[in-house]
Design a protein around this ligand. Structure first.
Ligand code: SF4
Length: 464
């Protein structure tokens, strides 16, 4: 009787769409009593979440180290479902794109896979002479208790290169964010601080949480070069492991993806005393603010002047080139279903195109991610946590945005409903960061939103 009374007294949660009772509180509208959805919870069994596992989270952080091999100690499926997962570009080595796995089978599971792992590391080193080999634990190698740390240590003594254990067993958590931290820990424990700086200047920085997806880094690097800032390492886009080994010598960390890499920046501050600044190079104002913040940090008059010159020339170029796109895009609506960082950091970039973000959601968002989304979007915006395919389709049908920004898993849900789609995750082919990136971004968004094909299909598909 008491339990029934308590249940009866719980506030009724308005359903945004027709879904399971326990899922309703994972969606809310900013401005209502509840402005942050329930989040960071295990997925409701049977609802077919689109989340990635902890191993996937670690792989995403480390995979862009281009001169290294990434060896997955587990059954072949773990390696194949994350092969080339990042869409990270390289200006030098392409070794990171090799798909390496110990391909564990029944025999290894019964008798243990350590010997096979050791032999694979030795053979890979002979074949490819990599900068390092990152060895990832998966569910199966974790369950049978293979000691990958011991195997890596022994292999390192024999090969003389860094063999880095990554304790990323997929089952550790329902949120891949833990995998990001495990990837960062592997760098902190085995790479950063293991090589003395080759060259120092008063303006040394690391770019942390920039993974060079589609070449984003190449839109940012020239700006810093013009400012007179020296980049020691990028963690981890388009990097070599030896560069990351020197990262402890920087005077400043600038953090681009604050979802995956605040953790690393905080730990580097504690361990090496390196302060950090949060930056965002998606959008004009955010690019300008980020450049000014770095110049302000170094407090150098000449650098500040050079930065203003860079901003002036960047602005002239962008404003002129996006005019045509902005004219067509003004007043259009957009739904974001992306990583925790992009779910708030892209909002201003769309506003600069005259567009209105009406929905923002993530698969693995934590409370702080949703706080930032809430603080960034306007009242009336739908905020969604861990929506499955069916829920996403219902939300798109109900709110009918002019564009969905998401990743490969959501692409066909959107297109089948006749809603224009733009990839902002790992599979995109255009770089969107910095001034030039914003021009490509505007062009790509316009190409999707203004495509005449959607005028022919949208209504019919929505009605089905
Ligand atoms: S680590 Fe585990 S959850 Fe992740 S892909 Fe492999 S088996 Fe699946």
């Amino acid at each position: 009787m008491r339990i029934l009374e308590v249940l009866h007294m719980e506030p009724k949660i308005e359903s945004i769409i027709d879904t399971f009772e326990s899922r309703k509180k994972h969606m809310c509208i900013k401005g209502d009593d509840i402005s942050i959805p329930d989040c960071n919870k295990a997925t409701l069994p049977g609802t077919v979440t689109q989340r990635t596992c902890v191993f996937g989270g670690a792989r995403i952080v480390l995979m862009p180290i281009t001169d290294s091999l990434h060896l997955i100690h587990g059954p072949i499926g773990c390696a194949s479902c994350t092969w080339d997962i990042r869409g990270s570009k390289s200006s030098r080595s392409n070794l990171y794109k090799k798909g390496c796995s110990t391909d564990m089978g029944e025999k290894d599971i019964i008798f243990g896979g350590e010997r096979k792992l050791f032999e694979t590391i030795i053979e890979l080193n002979k074949l490819y002479n990599p900068g390092a080999i990152f060895v990832y634990a998966t569910c199966v190698s974790g369950v049978i208790g293979d000691d990958i740390k011991a195997v890596c240590k022994k292999s390192e003594e024999i090969t003389g290169i860094r063999i880095v254990p990554v304790q990323s067993e997929g089952f550790q958590d329902y949120n891949k964010t833990k995998g990001h931290w495990i990837g960062c820990d592997a760098l902190l424990d085995y790479v950063i601080g293991t090589k003395e700086l080759e060259k120092t200047t008063p303006y040394d920085i690391n770019i942390v949480g920039e993974f060079n997806v589609a070449g984003d880094l190449w839109g940012i690097k020239p700006l810093f070069k013009e400012m007179g800032v020296n980049i020691i390492s990028t963690i981890t886009g388009d990097s070599y492991v030896d560069e990351i080994a020197q990262a402890h010598g920087a005077k400043l960390n600038i953090v681009q993806c604050q979802k995956s890499s605040n953790y690393l920046a905080d730990k580097m501050e504690k361990k090496y005393g390196i302060p950090s600044i949060k930056v965002n190079f998606f959008g004009i104002k955010q690019t300008i603010n980020s450049l000014r913040d770095v110049a302000d940090f170094f407090d150098d008059e000449e650098m500040m002047e050079r930065t203003e010159e860079i901003i002036k020339s960047g602005l002239n170029d962008v404003e002129h080139k996006i005019e045509e796109y902005k004219e067509r895009l003004t007043g259009k609506t957009v739904a974001l279903y992306v990583g925790g960082n992009k779910a708030w950091s892209l909002v201003r970039a769309f506003e600069e195109l005259g567009m209105d973000v009406i929905m923002s959601g993530t698969k693995n968002g934590m409370k702080e991610d949703y706080e930032r989304i809430k603080d960034t979007v306007r009242d009336g915006t739908v905020i969604v946590d861990d929506a499955n395919s069916n829920e996403l389709a219902l939300l798109l049908k109900k709110y009918q945005p002019n564009l969905l920004i998401s990743g490969a898993k959501e692409k066909y849900i959107s297109l089948k409903l006749g809603i224009p789609f733009c990839d902002f995750n790992h599979d995109r082919i255009s770089a969107f960061a910095g001034f030039n990136g914003f021009i490509s971004f505007a062009k790509e968004v316009d190409a999707s939103v203004s495509s005449p094909v959607f005028d022919l299909t949208s209504k019919k598909l929505m009605e089905q």
